[in-house]
Design a protein. Sequence first.
Length: 393
Amino acid sequence: MKKKIVVPAVLTAVLAAGGLLYFTHTHPLEKVAAAPAPPPAVPIVAGTVAQHDVPIYLSGVGTVIAYNTDVVRAQIQGQIISINFTEGQTVHAGDLLAQIDPRPYQALIDQYTGNLERDQAQLINAQANFTRYSQLGDKGWATPQLIETQKAQVGQLQAAIKADQALIDAAKVQLSFTRLTSPIDGVVGIRQIDVGNIISPSTANGLVVVTQLDPISLIFTLPETNLPQIQQQQQKTNAPLAVLAYSQDDTTLLDQGVLGLVNNEILQTTGSIQLKANFPNKSRRLWPGELVNARLLVDTRHNGLTVAASAVQQGPNGAYVYVIDPNNTVESRPVKVAQISGGEVLIDSGLKANEQVVVDGQYKLQPGTRVTMLHGKAAQEAIAQSAQQAPIP
C-alpha cells in the first residue's frame, strides 16, 4: 500500500507567498492611467479699458477745392512780349505775369493828348474873343448874335476838351490791360501761351490759372439723417464746428478747420447733405482736387470708455470682446460700439473701466481659455506677426 504524503499548512503558506512574489516580479501590475495635463496657456497681448473724454465725430468723404480760382485772360488783343512768372510760382495780387506790346495803346494816348492840347488852345482863343465881343457889345459896337455865337463856340470847345480827356482816360485803361497781373494771392499753374503769340479776350485757355491754396476749402457729404444733430450742435455752441481733414488711409491728419456752410438743400438722388469747411492750409498739405476723409466734431462724451480697435471682434451675434478675468482666463462679452476713430473704439455698453481685454491673439481663444500676457518686445513681435498673418480684405 502507498503511503500518503502530508504537506504541513505552514509549508503551503510559504509556497503560496513565494509564488506570489515570483508573479509580481515577472508580471508587474499595470499602472493606473495618469490624469491628462492641462493645456498650456495661450500667449496674448492685453490692453486696458480706458476712461476719458472722447470727441464724437461724423465722418464723410470730400474733395478739396481752391478757395479762389482765376483764369488770367487778356482784355485786349496784342502780342505777348514777355512772360514774367515761373510755372508753379507763388504770386501775390498785382504781380506782373505777362506784358502785351503797349505801343499801339501808347500811340492812342499820344494822339488823344494832342487833340486835347489843340482844343485847349482853341478854347483859350475863343474865351478871349468872347470877352472882347462882350465888351464891344456893352458899347453897342457888336451885335448880340455875334456875342452868342462866340459864347457857343467857347462851350463847344469846353465839351471837346471833356471828350478828349475821356478818350485819354479810356486809352490809359486799355494801356493798363497790356499788363497781365495776378488778381489774387496764389500759385500759378501751367502756362497756356508763349512769348510772341497773339492773345485776345477770345483766347480759350487764357494765359494761366492762379489758384489760392491758403486758405482752402473742402466739400464733403454726410447722410441727411445727421442734419438735425449738426443743427442742434450749432445752436448749442453758437460757434463754427471743428472739422478735421485726414488722408485717404485715415492715418494722417492733414489740417484742422471749421465748418463754413451746410448747403441749403438735400441731394435727393443720394439722400445726403453737402457741407463746406475752410482750412488755413499754411503747410499746404491740402491740394485742390484731392480726395480726403472729413471728420466733423459734433459732441464730446465725458468719461467715455475706449479700447484698441483690434480688441473688438465680429461674431454671428455682433461685436464682442475677450475679457481677461483675475484667474487669467477669458470670457467672450458682447459690446455695443459707438464709433471707431484713430484706432480707438468708443464703447457704449459691455465693458467697465480698467478691465483687461485681449487686443491681439484672439484667433486661438475661446471662452474659458487660460492665457498668459506678453509685454514689451514680445508683445510688439506678436502684433507684427498677427498683422502679417491677417487675411487681405
